[in-house]
Design a protein around this ligand. Structure first.
Ligand SMILES: [Zn+2]
Length: 229
């Protein structure tokens, strides 16, 4: 009996933001149990989950947007599209129970108009969307300082530095950090704004909650706390 043949037919395809098609299989009951008892940090757990369900994916170089989209699709195809969430009304503090349909989330398409961020009249930097690799490197270098890790993650999205029109591609991480250490605060502010505007793609993971008690409506981020529970 060729059981494998039947088990492997249960696969799904998803398109990443760069158009690449990825095949993945839903999470198994065994993996689900592993995930729920996992003591690893949740990012590592998500990496391992994606690696086992979508072995063709290069997780390290996947943009964080695509990684998150894969993660949500895994939940969608493994446990169904209905996700029950509980939120607290920001106005009257009553509990609001609602259901998110994961199939109906908006996907913002990747549309980078300008990957160059101008810091001042002389200095610009070219950037790339943040990946796990960039994030991990920033975390390692920050030694547990989360605020520092966030700053370095943004800075490490830089791929080249442009000085008076001349582009320097062979730059080290220290070169990148130096620009912001020695430059004014406005440099970093410009970089953050640039990343927010240009790389605002992927799943719009928000949901409108309506309070049954005070009728307040608000768009809130969706928590993934009970995603696989
Ligand atoms: Zn309310």
């Amino acid at each position: 009996m060729d059981l494998e043949k039947y088990l492997n037919t249960y696969q799904f395809k998803i398109n990443l933001s760069d158009g690449q098609e990825v095949t993945f299989k839903p999470i198994s009951v065994f993996q689900l149990k592993q995930l729920m008892v996992s003591t690893e940090n949740s990012d590592v757990a998500i990496d391992n989950l994606i690696a086992s369900c979508a072995p063709g994916v290069d997780i390290e170089n996947l943009s964080l947007h695509d990684r998150f989209m894969l993660f949500v699709e895994l939940r969608n195809k493994s446990k169904g599209s209905q996700y029950d969430i509980l939120t607290i009304c920001p106005k009257c503090s009553s509990q609001i129970a609602s259901v998110v349909d994961l199939n109906k989330l908006e996907v913002i398409t990747k549309n980078v108009k300008n990957d160059v961020c101008v810091l001042d009249d002389h200095i610009s930097v070219r950037t790339t969307p943040m990946t796990r690799k960039i994030q991990k490197k920033a975390q390692e270098r920050s030694e547990g300082d989360d605020a520092q890790a966030t700053i370095l993650s943004n800075i490490f999205c830089i791929t080249s530095i442009i000085l008076d029109g001349k582009e320097y591609c062979e730059i080290s991480d220290d070169d990148k950090i130096n620009v912001f250490d020695k430059g004014p605060q406005s440099f970093y502010d410009a970089l953050v704004k640039h990343i927010e505007i240009e790389y605002n793609f992927g799943l719009n993971f928000t949901h409108e909650v309506k309070c049954g008690k005070c009728k307040h409506k608000e768009i809130v981020p969706i928590s993934v706390e009970n995603f696989f529970a």
